[in-house]
Design a protein around this ligand. Structure first.
Ligand code: BEZ
Ligand code: FE
Length: 278
């Protein structure tokens, strides 16, 4: 049997040749691109054996940090800008439609459903009281009655409920009324760090970056016939708006959280959903 002579130059072509029988065309395309880019990366970086081992060790460590409550690979994707890149490719807000941003790891299924006006903060110590209101409409300004708004946020201590235990707090589901209006109580969002005690955090520090996210409130808005919208409202004037650790800030999503006389912050926003393509 003739064995082809190894050559650094030929190797990429040889690996690509080996996957020529991949049945799934999308997998073939993805793997061919992966091989080409990975080989090009190695050619550019020229890692020593020790550096290559260190890279593999980093991936092993990232896997070890993953559990039901923590996905270090998603955190790595978020902090390296990949999650926002995937979102930018897949969610193109049409004229007048609300921009999307990163989902993050702290959304939970089965959050309690509340009537409009309810408070998602269970304790006074959760933060500064805040009232958020607005509408959900389509691109022509027509209200989307019954739109489902799933909202969640960190407390003033910088933690989400899921980082502290099983109990649900600072999250809830609301339904817009017949005129597409919603309002609920929460706490004024504060800045906080993404989990940074693992490999993703170590990489941030090693590359001269901080782990902070600017103050924000998460929304996942759905309605029949419309594209789901995953987004945040960011607090105008908040710290780290220009250096979000996960690159999630878009100017259109920055909102004034005004202080009212009674010490309650108020914010209002009109969300615009795009029609689902049939
Ligand atoms: C968040 O906003 O909840 C978040 C997003 C990405 C990574 C970590 C946290
Ligand atoms: Fe968040």
């Amino acid at each position: 049997m003739a064995v082809r002579k190894f050559s650094e130059k030929r190797l990429t072509a040889e690996v690509l040749h080996r996957i020529r029988n991949t049945k799934n065309p999308r997998l073939k395309q993805v793997m061919a691109s992966f091989i080409r880019h990975l080989h090009a990366f190695v050619r550019e970086v020229k890692p020593s054996h020790e550096e290559w081992e260190k890279g593999i060790g980093f991936l092993i460590e990232t896997g070890k940090w993953c559990s039901d409550r923590r996905n270090e690979f998603i955190l790595l994707s978020d902090t390296q800008g990949v999650s926002m890149l995937v979102d930018a490719i897949n969610y193109k807000a049409g004229a007048g439609a609300t921009e999307s941003t990163v989902l993050g790891p702290f959304h939970r299924l089965n959050a309690p459903e509340y009537p409009l006006g309810a408070n998602i903060a269970k304790r006074a110590s959760d933060g500064v009281p805040c009232l958020v209101s607005g509408t959900v409409k389509d691109a022509k300004g027509r209200p989307i009655a019954g739109a489902r708004l799933d909202v969640w946020e960190a407390g003033a201590d910088g933690f989400y409920d899921s980082q502290k235990g099983k109990a649900m707090n600072l999250r809830g589901v609301f339904r817009a009324d017949a005129r597409g209006r919603f309002h609920f109580r929460c706490v004024r969002p504060e800045y906080y760090p993404v989990p940074h005690d693992g490999p993703a955090g170590k990489l941030l520090t090693a590359t001269g970056r901080h782990p902070m996210r600017p103050p924000h409130l998460h929304f996942w808005i759905t309605a029949k016939g419309y594209k789901p919208l995953i987004t945040h409202l960011f607090v105008k004037g908040g710290k780290y708006l220009d250096s979000d650790a996960v690159f999630g800030v878009k100017p259109e999503l920055i909102v004034d959280f005004k202080k009212s006389k009674g010490g309650v912050a108020t914010a209002t926003y009109d969300f615009v959903l795009m029609k689902e393509k049939k």
